[in-house]
Write a protein that binds this ligand. Structure first.
Ligand code: IVH
Length: 667
């Protein structure tokens, strides 16, 4: 019994740490430890919990990854309804609303009137419920009176803490919006595109769809986050809206940024300011919400139908417009993907003239029934590339015609093909100039070789002047060649050459990532570089060998194997090796020692904490893993070891006790 109590304490201590660092990272954006360190804490917790399933509680940080799929959603009746807002389209509407508020409040209250403005986020409205500081339930807004119980899915959203800080009221229902940031959205869509999968239309639909997934694992895989902007039950504890927001912040929740105003002039000024800056916010917003600050005054004003009289939404002009689709041309990207682009009659959308928009891929155009010559609806959502959303079929003249995807690459003329089951057509020629330039741009970028001062424009310029044809040519550039170019000069030429030279010191994982192999991101490159050197890869690796690496699946493995089997790629790599770039395998830890290259699982109750074993294993060149498989070399088993021990026996893995483990290390 004592042992289980100790484990419980150990688990609780780990959870505290994981929660704390998770919050520093996900909510406060100020991590104190490295990702790797966080992962190892997390893994330790997960390992302990999996050995002691009876100690797993729903509020553990490990439960965020999603439990079992749900059958359907239970209904949740909101004790305090989730209201909607009436809209103001013009600033004049705001002034009229202000006059009505003043009239209803009367002269005495009017003197104390203050407003709060905050951004109106375009996501999915949710209500969280905390009882005694613990997250117990999360629901969608639904029709305002009844929503759906999406607790399991909301538990996977990292910015929703499972415990509140400080002394929150016994029952607290923070309300807000779940959304996906624009950068994350674009990243996700680029990945979808690279994998030949359909792209998502906009961040709002994706966020809403993710929360209403029956399988929480799907939700967990989406980069959802939350902003809270109000309180349902529990609001009575605060004297004003701004005080309630400040309190939510202190409880450790992410609060929508807000401003307090003394006059409607100041409110109008804030609305106009945000309308201008709407695309620089980083997430989709469609207006500014204005609220009367004092709770007493809110109560005095009350609600009509489903909207409060004390709040109003100032809505921005929609970021959509209509124009004619003149033509469709095809852009060829770094990985050879052919992307159809719309050429539009220029149209002003939200103050920006748009004449190009994406059409994603062939299927998208077919599904939406978009024809060349159509009048189309174009949407611009923040920083998201403008896209053609749909045709206005009622305005067809009969002159429109269907787009056909070329069967040859429009840049090099070599065949383009669309692999079965994929949405993307690709140019198969790795020497295609379009791919070459895109590859150079990727190579010099910050996350790849990080060649300071060598941006996209510079790459395009050198490429067009014929000074570089591929990435290896970058290392042959001379200051004398660069100096005479307009706008450059001696100093910048020398700086550039210096940055190029410095980039030769980038470690192999960076080089591997910079090669731009399809599906190989920075993390995957790291994993591969820990197992194989450049020489190994050049000699040819089979996809099966690559899939033995934890975290590398079949699609990635095949792409890597194919890349290194192509002669052009091999020739490029050989040149890069001669130039002196790093192609040496990197070690995840020491590669020597009694456990070099071995995978070790630790299970059961042992005399020392798990972290001790992890350190010892790694110092001896081994890898600590949490589950037993046929790749496991040793299982160190303590008292009460359960399923892992059985699995190890079945798989014929060597089982050691603590003494055996120590003995092995002293050899
Ligand atoms: S306040 C009683 N504040 O807009 C006040 N709503 O029509 C109720 N929304 O679906 C809402 N950002 O989810 C409020 N800062 C914000 C908001 C916001 C977005 C959404 C909300 C609701 C709709 C209101």
């Amino acid at each position: 019994m004592v042992a289980i109590e100790d484990t419980r304490k150990q688990i609780e201590a780990l959870r505290e740490q994981v929660r704390y660092h998770g919050r520093r990272y996900y909510i406060e954006d100020a991590p104190e430890i490295s990702d790797a360190e966080y992962d190892s804490l997390y893994n330790e917790l997960e390992a302990l919990e999996s050995e002691n399933p009876e100690l797993v509680t729903p509020d553990s940080p490990t439960q965020r990854v999603g439990g079992e799929p749900l059958e359907g959603f239970e209904e949740v009746r909101h004790a305090i309804p989730m209201l909607s807002l009436s809209n103001a389209r013009k600033t004049g509407d705001l002034r009229e609303w202000d006059a009505r508020v003043r009239r209803l409040l009367g002269p005495e209250e009017e003197a104390r009137l203050r407003y709060v403005t905050e951004l109106k986020i375009d996501g999915l409205a949710i209500s969280l419920r905390y009882e005694n500081g613990r997250f117990v339930r999360g629901a969608t807004r639904g029709n305002g009176a009844v929503g759906e119980d999406v607790t399991h899915n909301l538990r996977t959203v990292r910015s929703i803490p499972d415990r509140l800080d400080g002394d929150a009221p016994e029952v607290l229902e923070p309300r807000g919006e779940v959304y996906i940031g624009l950068e994350d959205f674009e990243k996700l869509n680029r990945r979808q595109e690279a994998e030949g999968k359909p792209v998502y239309a906009n961040p709002r639909n994706l966020a809403a769809g993710s929360i209403r997934q029956l399988d929480p694992k799907m939700t967990a895989a989406r980069p959802l986050t939350v902003f809270l902007y109000g309180i349902g039950e529990g609001y009575g504890d605060y004297e004003s809206h701004s005080a309630s927001l400040a309190a939510l912040k202190n409880y450790g929740l992410r609060v929508n940024p807000y401003e307090v105003h003394e006059s409607i002039d100041s409110v109008v000024e804030a609305c106009e300011r945000w309308a201008e800056r709407r695309t620089s916010v980083g997430y989709q917003i469609d207006g500014v919400v204005v609220k009367v600050d004092s709770r007493g005054q809110q109560e005095q004003l009350g609600s009509v139908q489903k909207a409060p009289r004390w709040a109003i939404a100032y809505k921005f002009e929609p970021l959509a417009g209509r124009t004619r689709l003149q033509n469709i041309f095809v852009h060829v990207g770094r990985t050879g993907a052919l992307t159809p682009q719309a050429v539009l009659d220029p149209v002003n959308i939200g103050g920006v003239t748009i004449s190009r928009a994406t059409l994603h891929n062939e299927d998208y155009i077919k599904e939406k029934d978009i024809l060349v010559g159509d009048r189309v609806v174009v949407e611009r959502a923040g920083d998201v590339i403008p896209q053609v959303v749909r045709p206005v079929t009622e305005e067809r003249t009969g002159q429109e015609y269907a787009f056909e995807m070329p069967t040859e690459c429009p840049v090099c003329g070599e065949p383009a093909s669309r692999p079965e089951g994929e949405a993307v057509t690709r140019c198969v020629n790795t020497r295609c100039p379009a791919q070459a330039l895109e590859h150079i741009i990727h190579w010099v970028s910050k996350s790849a070789m990080d060649i300071d001062g060598f941006g996209e424009k510079m790459a395009a310029r050198f490429f067009e002047l014929g000074m570089i044809k591929d990435v290896a040519d970058i290392y042959g550039l001379k200051a004398e060649q660069i100096e005479p170019l307009e706008g450059l000069g001696q100093k910048s030429a020398e700086n550039l050459i210096r940055s190029i030279e410095r980039s030769k010191e980038q470690p192999f994982p960076r080089v591997l990532y910079a090669l731009g192999v399809r599906h190989v991101g920075a993390v995957t490159a790291e994993l591969i570089a820990e197992r194989f050197s450049g020489e190994d890869l050049l000699r040819g690796v089979e996809a099966e060998k690559l899939t033995e690496i934890d975290g590398i699946g079949g699609v990635v493995a095949r792409a890597v194997a194919e890349y290194f089997s192509l002669e052009d790629n091999q020739a490029l790599i050989e040149r890069l090796m001669e130039i002196g770039l790093d192609f040496e395998r990197v070690s995840a830890g020491p590669t020597e020692g009694p456990l070099a290259g071995m995978r070790v699982v630790v299970t059961g109750t042992l005399s020392r904490p798990r972290s001790y074993f992890v350190e010892r294993i790694e110092a001896a060149g081994g890898t600590f893993t949490s589950s037993v498989s046929s790749n496991t070399d040793y299982v160190v088993a303590g008292d009460g070891a359960g399923s892992k021990l059985n699995k190890a026996r079945d798989a014929g893995v060597t089982i050691l006790d603590e003494d055996g483990f120590e003995g092995l290390l002293s050899t």
